[in-house]
Design a protein around this ligand. Sequence first.
Ligand code: PLP
Length: 453
Amino acid sequence: MGILLPDLPLPVRPKIMNHPSSLSDRGHLAASSMIRVDMQLYEEALADNFHAVDNPQGALLMNMAENNLCWPTLQKKIHQVTRSKEIPHWVSNYTSALGAPSFREALANFLSRFLTKRPINSEHLGCSAGATPVVEVSAWILGDDGDVGVFPAPSYPVYKQDIGNKAGMEKYDLITHEELDDIQDQLILSTAHLDHALADIESQNKRFRLLVLTNPDNPTGNLYSTAQLNEIAKWCIDHQVHLIVNEIYGLSIIDTKHPALERDYPKDMSFESFANIIQEQESDYLHLWYSLSKDFGASGFRIGLVYSLNDEFRQAYNNFNAPHMVSNYTQWVFQEVLNDHDFITEYIKENQAKLTHSYSIVVRYLREANIPYVPSRGSLFSWVDLSVFLDTPTADAETRLWQSIYENTKVLITPANGFGNKKRGQFRLVYTAMPPEQLEIAMQRLINYLKTL
Ligand SMILES: Cc1ncc(COP(=O)(O)O)c(C=O)c1O
């Protein structure tokens, strides 16, 4: 097993100019940077993937945020579209860099009915090949070199590259709590935290340009309340900070009334899209990101979008997005899929039932072993605290525990390194990449090993 790279430098405007490479300074640094700390083990695990008959001792991957639970249903629908319909001529030509008009119309109708629950105008959407370029292009348009994007910690680690690689922005991890228990009914973030971050960033002569919230959250699976989002939105508008809510897990919602889970949720709370606040406030500073990667288990199709009422932002998006467009063929296939609202209704129901079932398997094992976890309300994750198994409360010990879990169980999870949180020993488990039978095996292996420590 090779050496793991810690939090890696970004390939932007490096200071080291003296290298033997034929590449630019940026290219040279990019060639030696890895996108996430678990990439190397991931490749190793993929080569030894579990198979019930051919490789029953093989690796079980719980690190990549993929949802494979409903692929057969989506696959059947896509076959139906591609076998029964003729490809329209526009597919073979160029189209708007924001997305083909008919595709954006289909997306707007889908969002209005299923995610935002209020009408979305297709003119206010811009599409790119997944959430990754949506984040990258948005950051490039909204921030300048050295500007700061603030992310409540823990957060999706790749945001750092997404706002840094091209836009040259810096990620600021806003620590709002340390223990999992601090997160009770909702995520922790108040305007007092934002005042503190603003003062800290300005004291370094930098500009607080973006605040990014993921709702439901990666990695905790918890939610921001509407009251909280309203207050934060007003603070951002007053301070001319762009607030973006990433709703990439907006339809991956756990049934918190499930008998095996309900005791974890003393307070009722449901997901409400940020689109409501965007439309009420009509501000140039509020935006929403979405992608089909997670809710539809369609990360390979590469479809993401931004919703914004800021005309100048969308104009810039149109002018900058050409290298990041979704292929017209994919736009066409998904426009046909998304236009079938009966299918989508059933698909979301099936996905949420399967998501809840798989999540309940994870929770059963965690409870049995007394492992603290954040009760999830959505997303594909469980965020757990294994700090009692660390020999010292350090990042090195966290990495050692993570490696020893993999070496002894072949279960690959994600360490908190890069998520920006303070306490060491927290880990993220993805429970949707494998079917429930395999998840049982993965959790058995994991818990049995932890019991030996
Ligand atoms: C919060 C968040 N944003 C963006 C992405 C990237 O998504 P995509 O595959 O659509 O680029 C992920 C993927 O894990 C994510 O969790």
